[in-house]
Design a protein around this ligand. Structure first.
Ligand SMILES: CC(C)(COP(=O)(O)OP(=O)(O)OC[C@H]1O[C@@H](n2cnc3c(N)ncnc32)[C@H](O)[C@@H]1OP(=O)(O)O)[C@@H](O)C(=O)NCCC(=O)NCCS
Length: 172
C-alpha cells in the first residue's frame, strides 16, 4: 500500500537524496519541470535544499508518496506571496518516478495536497504544465479547470520550445 506523508523541514532535508532521484528520473524521462538534460540526482540537491528551506519558513507544503518505505513521488503547494492572496496556493512539481507510474500515486498525492492546502485556509489552487504532456491529460480527471495555453513558455529538457497550459481548482 502506498503511504502519503507531509514532510517537516527536517524530514525534507533527510529526504533530499530520494527526492533528487525522483526529480532526475522525471527530467531524464523528458518532463518539462524546470531543468535541462543532462540532469543527475546530484544536480537536483540544491533545488531540494531550497524547498526544505521554504518548508522551514512555512511557505511550502511538501508531500511524498512512498512504496515499500521508499520515496517514489512528490508534490508541493507553495503559498502565494502577496498579502492580497492569502487564500491561493501554487501547485508545483507533481513528480512520480517512472518505475512507479500508473498505480494511482499522482491521484493520491493530489488529493492529499488539496486536503492539506484546504486545512491551511487555501480555497484556490493554480498550476501550469507542459502542453501535450502526460500531466496535462491528468489534471482534468482530477477536477481541475483548464484556462488556456501560453505558447513557447519554457523549453523541453532536451531543447525546443514548449507551450504551457494553465489550470485552476477551487477547493470546497
Ligand atoms: C504526471 C504523473 C505525475 C502521473 O503520475 P501517475 O502516478 O502515473 O498517475 P496516476 O496513476 O495517479 O494517474 C492519475 C490519473 O491520470 C490517468 N493517467 C495516468 N497517466 C496518464 C496518461 N499518460 N495519459 C492520460 N491519463 C493518464 C490515470 O488513469 C488516472 O486517472 P483515474 O484515476 O481517473 O483512472 C507522472 O506521469 C509524472 O511524474 N510525469 C513527469 C513529471 C511531470 O510532468 N509532472 C507534472 C508537472 S506539472
Amino acid at each position: 500500500m502506498p503511504d502519503i506523508r507531509t514532510l517537516s523541514a527536517e524530514e525534507a532535508r533527510a529526504a533530499i537524496p530520494a527526492l533528487s532521484e525522483v526529480l532526475a528520473d522525471c527530467v531524464a524521462g523528458g518532463a518539462s519541470v524546470g531543468f535541462m538534460q543532462p540532469y543527475a540526482p546530484e544536480d537536483a540537491e540544491s533545488y531540494w535544499h531550497d524547498v526544505a528551506d521554504a518548508v522551514a519558513a512555512g511557505g511550502n507544503l511538501l508531500l511524498v508518496a512512498e512504496l515499500g518505505g521508499s520515496i517514489v513521488g512528490t508534490v508541493q503547494v507553495g503559498a502565494a506571496q502577496m498579502p492580497n492572496q492569502p487564500h491561493r496556493g501554487d501547485l508545483k512539481k507533481l513528480l512520480v518516478h517512472r518505475s512507479a507510474r500508473g498505480r494511482g500515486l499522482a491521484r493520491l498525492l493530489m488529493d492529499a495536497a488539496e486536503r492539506e492546502a484546504r486545512k491551511r485556509g487555501k480555497t484556490l489552487l493554480v498550476l501550469d504544465t507542459a502542453t501535450g504532456s502526460d500531466a496535462e491529460a491528468i489534471y482534468p480527471r482530477l477536477g481541475w479547470e483548464r484556462v488556456g495555453v501560453i505558447p513557447d513558455y519554457a523549453l523541453w529538457p532536451q531543447g525546443g520550445f514548449c507551450d504551457t497550459t494553465l489550470f485552476y481548482k477551487r477547493l470546497a
